[in-house]
Design a protein around this ligand. Structure first.
Ligand code: IDP
Ligand code: MG
Length: 142
């Protein structure tokens, strides 16, 4: 399996609930290394740029409002099969459909406030990591 990078965001609801540590523990216990991390409070416009791919979706405005409602922790993760592994650890977008033991099953309250973001492909991971991190702030172990 290839070593990949992916972007994780601990969303405002999970930061507010004090579960950053629990989420990071799951990554590290599953051989994903944090090679970059920063806490930021996005403006609605910045959240809109990050989620531009969803601009035509009916939930876009609510999504941007939610993602700018408080600070988030953005992390670049690195490890074997990182994109898919992170998505497995996250669980389904709608927490009602998320498998037991996933981050969203344990910490998400709704499809809006669903605790974490994770890149959905290696190509998007590179774009999303670049949104938050210049190369100088990434510390690869690979
Ligand atoms: P993902 O976060 O699991 O990749 P996406 O389809 O990329 O899911 O959607 C981005 C985010 O937009 C979701 O995490 C969720 O917070 C929100 N979202 C997606 N679908 C809906 C919906 O039908 N209603 C409200 N919010 C949604
Ligand atoms: Mg997505």
């Amino acid at each position: 399996m290839p070593v990949q990078r992916t972007l994780s965001i601990v969303k405002p609801d999970a930061v507010e609930k004090n579960v950053i540590g629990d989420i990071i523990r799951r990554f590290e216990e599953n051989s994903l290394s944090i090679i970059g991390a920063k806490m930021v409070h996005l403006s609605a416009a910045e959240a809109g740029r990050f989620y531009a791919v969803h601009a035509q979706r009916p939930f876009y405005k609510d999504l941007c409002a939610f993602m700018s409602s408080g600070p988030v922790l953005a992390m670049a993760l690195e490890g074997k099969n990182a994109v898919t592994l992170n998505r497995q650890l996250m669980g389904a977008t709608n927490p009602k459909e998320a498998d037991a033991g996933t981050i969203r099953a344990d910490h998400a309250a709704s499809i809006d406030a669903n605790a974490v973001h994770g890149s959905d492909s290696e190509e998007n991971a590179a774009i999303e990591i670049g949104f938050f991190f210049p190369d100088l702030e990434l510390h690869s172990k690979a």
